[in-house]
Design a protein around this ligand. Sequence first.
Ligand SMILES: NC(=O)c1ccc[n+]([C@@H]2O[C@H](COP(=O)([O-])OP(=O)(O)OC[C@H]3O[C@@H](n4cnc5c(N)ncnc54)[C@H](OP(=O)(O)O)[C@@H]3O)[C@@H](O)[C@H]2O)c1
Length: 334
Amino acid sequence: MPMNRVVRLVKRPAPGLVTPDCFEIRDEPLPEPGEGEFRVRISHVSLDPAMRGWVNDGKSYVPPVGLGDVMRSFSAGIVEASRHPDFQEGEAVVGLFGVQTHALSDGKGVQRADTSIAPLQSWIGGLGMPGLTAYFGLLRVAEAKEGDTVVVSAASGAVGSIVGQIAKIKGCRAVGIAGGPAKCRALIEEDGFDAAVDYKAGNLAADLAAACPDGIDVNFENVGGEILDAVLARMNPFGRIAVCGLISAYNATTPQPGPANLRFLLTQRLRMQGFIVFDFIRENPIALADLSQWVSQGRLKFREDVREGGVDAFPQVLNLLYTGENFGKLSLKV
Ligand SMILES: NC(=O)c1ccc[n+]([C@@H]2O[C@H](COP(=O)([O-])OP(=O)(O)OC[C@H]3O[C@@H](n4cnc5c(N)ncnc54)[C@H](OP(=O)(O)O)[C@@H]3O)[C@@H](O)[C@H]2O)c1
């Protein structure tokens, strides 16, 4: 008899990488859709850096995952049973279905995935939350425009790679910061960045200066810490910083100091603004139309790192995001 394989949060993690004992992974009866519901057979679970924050108890932009709850995730799959008037069996859908093999839904917040544009897993990646984050952060928050020098950190990842490609589409100079020569090479050879800086090489300030001879107009910040400090010191007057993520601090075991170079905010009259992708939810159709068009034209490509192992591998695979072992949008094939 088919069962639902489910990952539930059973313990709040201590500071540092999440340990497997925070999750219970077990078989449960397959959920049957009631009136107005449908069941999704999940094919791909998205792994996102934000998950580290979602399992903490504390103030954030969404409530924490409750103890005993299915671990929250964006997931993609196919409707396999429906008693919902708007969702039919066989439709490809994406939503906050959680880390499990099957999910019940009432359709709220669920989006259809047009697999004629890109395969289903891309709808939790470049055409899903990470792609929308890159689009809104770069174009709405940082207001990047033609001729700007745009610097993005975690540049080879799900969000960063798309930020660089959109920057090029909009006529900017795109500079990526990433860890290691392989990722930096891919930024230039595959994603079309103008320059790449390996922050692990040990010369961050000098390498960034060489990559940005005319300074930096826009910073799309994914990492924080020393990388943000190095970028702050190269910002041009009236530059804009979109704070998308601060991944270097997500697993910190001691309080992290603020930017040492905050004085450049004053002297260069910078604007620095945090944002969450959901802030722009009403504009999703506009963004998706642009992203889809660029994909169809071959101007936007997605780097996807799809891992095997099913939902049982979730605790181990999640941590690859924080050790830099993922290379592109990380997801689990279920
Ligand atoms: N604001 C929003 O609404 C929103 C939405 C989605 C994502 N985000 C944020 O966007 C950022 C990127 O997310 P993503 O999904 O695209 O992940 P990703 O870039 O695909 O993967 C994470 C990458 O971060 C880098 N990294 C990890 N720890 C680091 C450290 N201590 N120092 C420097 N780099 C480190 C690693 O790349 P290297 O090998 O290059 O170090 C790793 O591959 C995250 O900060 C995330 O929280 C924000």
